[in-house]
Design a protein around this ligand. Structure first.
Ligand code: DX5
Ligand code: ZN
Length: 240
């Protein structure tokens, strides 16, 4: 549908109260979240340990929202099936961790989930370009993965702009997601760069009123996001 707004808010449960995880997820769902972002950390790819398929199974019973599972793992290939079976709708791997990108992405799709590729702040876009056709989502990290509550790295924004221009130019059906340090105060500039799915952990769960925070985020996105496809010139294209 033309002019359809596609921006989505994906609260990251990493900053939720895990003692009341079900309630927290229901609360952000009620507050207007579009996806539930689940951060899987293995203590190898990143220096932290979080959750596995068991929690994804529990979340699947708790919410009808799509589960956006971000695998920060050194060997994600060994666990794709377990996460899809647990109920992941989107499974995102890191390009820095995977040796055969096309194969892994195709495998995720074959198992029945949407395939995402993520890249760390210092990883250049050219590393994933040839595999983007095999993906349904691309996740640009705006912090170095491993922890919630870190500071947004603004020098990643040109990469978001370049990706936006490339996706538009190719006409790919590929969601552009950003993750790390996103809050009401800076979500506008990320929307302006062309992102359309916004992960936020502490920016939502560490605020007193989730509905109010998500509404404020949407206001900022609406004020700053690019015009609908076909009518827009990205900041990157204008600079050229
Ligand atoms: C970082 C994770 C993020 C994190 C975001 O390694 O991938 O999803 O939870 O948390 P905030 O929004 O607090 O930076
Ligand atoms: Zn994440």
């Amino acid at each position: 549908m033309k002019n359809k707004k596609i921006e989505k808010i994906a609260p990251s449960i990493l900053s939720a109260d895990f003692g009341r995880l079900g309630e927290e997820v229901k609360a952000v769902e009620k507050a207007g979240a579009d996806y539930i972002h689940v951060d899987v950390m293995d203590g190898h790819f990143v220096p932290n340990l979080t959750v596995g398929p068991l929690i994804v199974t529990a979340l699947r019973r708790t919410t009808a929202l799509p589960l956006d599972v971000h695998l920060m793992m050194a060997s994600p290939d060994d666990y794709l099936e377990a996460f899809v079976d647990a109920g992941a709708d989107i499974l995102t791997i890191h390009v820095e961790a995977v040796a055969h990108l096309h194969r892994t992405l195709s495998e995720i799709r074959r198992k029945g989930a949407r395939a995402g590729i993520s890249l760390n702040p210092a990883t250049p876009l050219c590393l994933i370009e040839s595999a983007l056709e095999y993906a349904d989502l691309v996740l640009v990290m705006t912090v170095n993965p491993g922890f919630g509550g870190q500071e947004f790295i603004p020098t990643v924004l040109p990469k978001v702009e370049q990706l936006r221009a490339l996706i538009d130019q190719k006409g790919w059906n590929l969601e552009l997601e950003v993750d790390g340090g996103i809050k009401v105060e800076n979500i506008g500039q990320v929307a302006k760069a062309g992102a359309e799915v916004f992960v936020s952990g502490s920016g939502i769960f560490h605020t007193p009123d989730y509905s109010k925070t998500i509404a404020q985020m949407r206001q900022q996105i609406a004020k700053n996001s690019l015009p609908p496809k076909g009518e827009r010139k990205t900041a990157w294209a204008e600079k050229k």
